[in-house]
Structure formats: structure tokens, C-alpha cells
Design a protein around this ligand. Structure first.
Ligand SMILES: [Zn+2]
Length: 298
């Protein structure tokens, strides 16, 4: 991906190594809400998998109504390496690029794009949606309109999910920005209301899948526009993003965690679905093409 020398966003909040938290003592018994209302890229799936293993309703976990066992978080005080700072600059340039794209697209539709803030953290973070740990993966919190990412997720992406490359990393940010766009357009709210009316968990999960696949499509839409305006895509980049999209599909994550796949509990869509919707956004460049909610086939 061609990003060096690109504009850096002013909406990055760097909370890496900023003193950190110590989550209570051994006697602390307060439940910690995690990721309330937050929409992660793979983290949500991890929560689902973990809670299935523990026999807890994941919706309760995500709504923060289940007390999570308290853990002590040790902040690493290691100095930041140059590689990290280069990564920090990189995400800032990608965020700026999404701002340029979405400002233009909203303007075309006669609307005003409110730019989100990207929070970089290490280990754990106190978000507007509750306390979150890096293990949850990157997520978007609609309540404070901020994207949260621990850059160590990129190491996981490369090593654990075998999806290396800077464009794969950019896709992750573009997906979370996609959730912000859904929030601004009122889509997330409508989905949440429909989920509350849903008769069962499978139905609620099916709506989550459509929301997630739409965020993938919006990430593809960003790639289309950014490339048309600023020629950022280099050979191999699209394959990188598709590898990432496929590596963090729920079926793949579930297989890694428990060896089998149970479609009812999917909340992000299968690997093939994620690839298809990212590609739909990328190839069409049209917002209308990203209507996952009325699509017959995902
Ligand atoms: Zn997501």
C-alpha cells in the first residue's frame, strides 16, 4: 500500500503506555462491563466463542450484564520502538484517508460526516462502552464514536491468522470506520432495535452478521475511492485484505477455538461471506451495493 507521505489524521488519541490501569485488588468484586455496544472485527466473535465455552449467553456478555471475573492488568512500561511509531503513523494516515473518502461521500449525499476518533491503546482500555482488553480485538464504540485498536492485534493478524501486510492492517481500520458510518446513518440503532424484538438468539445473530458484512462492504468502498483518488493500492494489496477478511471470519475463528462450526452463533459472517462483501464494495464503489439487509444471498 502506498501510504508514506500521506496526510496524518488529527483524530488519533494515543493512550499507549500512558500509565495504564490497575484493575482493583484481589478483594475487588465489581463486575466489569466489557465492550458494551462495541463492535469489533474479530473480537466480538472471540467473545461469543469464549462465552459459548463458558455457557453464558453472549448477548448478556456484550450488554455488560454478566460480571466478568476481575483480572489484574499489568501495564508494560517498555519504551516504544521505532517500528511501533511507524505503525502509529501508518494508522494515522489510513484514518486520514478514510476521512477524505467519507467526507466526500457524505457531501455528495448532502450530509455532514462527523469524523471519528481512533484510540491507540496497549493491553487494556477504558472506553465509552466499558472496559476492554486487547484480546477482544479492535472495536468501535458508538457511544463515544471512537475506534479502539491495540496495535499488537496486527501481530496476531500476521502470526496467528496468517494475514500479513499493510493493506490487511488498513482493512481492519476501514472496517471499524464502516461501523462508525453505520452509526451515523442510524443503521446500528435500527439493527439493535430489531434485535431486541427478535424472538431468539439465532435471529439476533443473523442481524449482527448482516451488520458486520455491511461494514466489510463499506471497507471495500473506502478502498475503491481511496484508490481512485490517490492510487494507494499496489499489486498484492487486495489479496492481503481478502486474506485478512477470510482469516477472521467466524467459521475460521470457531474452528480454531473448538474444532467445529455452529452457524447459529455466527456474528461476523463466514470467511467466504466477508471476502464477498469486501469485494462487492471494492468493485462497485457504490453505497447501494452494500445493502446487506435486503440481500437474498450473503
Ligand atoms: Zn465489525
Amino acid at each position: 500500500m502506498r501510504w508514506q507521505g500521506g496526510r496524518e489524521s488529527e483524530n488519533v488519541e494515543d493512550r499507549r503506555g500512558g500509565g495504564g490501569f490497575s484493575m482493583g485488588g484481589p478483594l475487588g468484586g465489581r463486575g466489569i462491563p466489557i465492550g458494551r455496544g462495541g463492535l469489533g472485527i474479530g473480537g466480538l466473535a472471540v467473545v461469543v466463542v469464549v462465552s459459548l465455552l463458558l455457557g453464558i449467553n453472549p448477548m448478556d456478555l456484550l450488554n455488560g450484564t454478566v460480571p466478568v471475573e476481575q483480572s489484574r492488568y499489568e501495564q508494560s512500561q517498555a519504551p516504544r520502538s521505532n517500528a511501533d511509531d511507524e505503525l502509529g503513523r501508518f494508522v494515522s494516515v489510513v484514518l486520514a484517508d478514510t476521512e477524505d473518502t467519507w467526507n466526500a461521500l457524505f457531501q455528495q449525499a448532502g450530509r455532514n460526516y462527523q469524523e471519528p476518533t481512533l484510540v491507540l491503546f496497549s493491553g487494556a482500555v477504558d472506553s465509552g462502552c466499558g472496559f476492554a482488553q486487547a484480546a477482544m480485538g479492535p472495536f468501535y464504540c458508538p457511544l463515544d464514536q471512537k475506534l479502539y485498536i491495540d496495535l499488537s492485534f496486527y501481530r496476531d493478524l500476521r502470526d496467528r491468522f496468517r494475514a500479513p501486510g499493510d493493506f490487511a492492517q488498513a482493512y481492519v481500520i476501514a472496517h471499524e470506520v464502516g461501523h462508525h458510518v453505520q452509526n451515523l446513518l442510524g443503521i446500528s440503532d435500527r439493527v439493535q432495535q430489531a434485535q431486541q424484538r427478535a424472538g431468539n438468539r439465532a435471529e439476533a445473530n443473523a442481524l449482527s452478521v448482516r451488520l458486520e458484512l455491511q461494514a466489510d462492504c463499506l471497507a471495500g468502498l473506502w478502498a475503491n475511492h481511496a484508490n481512485r483518488e490517490r492510487q494507494i493500492i499496489e499489486p498484492g494489496d487486495v489479496e492481503e485484505a481478502l486474506t485478512a477478511a477470510s482469516a477472521i471470519g467466524d467459521d475460521r475463528l470457531q474452528k480454531q477455538s473448538r474444532g467445529t462450526v455452529a452457524p447459529d452463533s455466527f456474528t461476523h459472517g463466514s470467511s467466504a461471506q466477508r471476502v464477498r462483501w469486501f469485494r462487492t464494495g471494492l468493485e462497485s464503489g457504490q453505497m447501494q451495493a452494500c445493502d446487506t439487509f435486503s440481500a437474498d444471498r450473503l
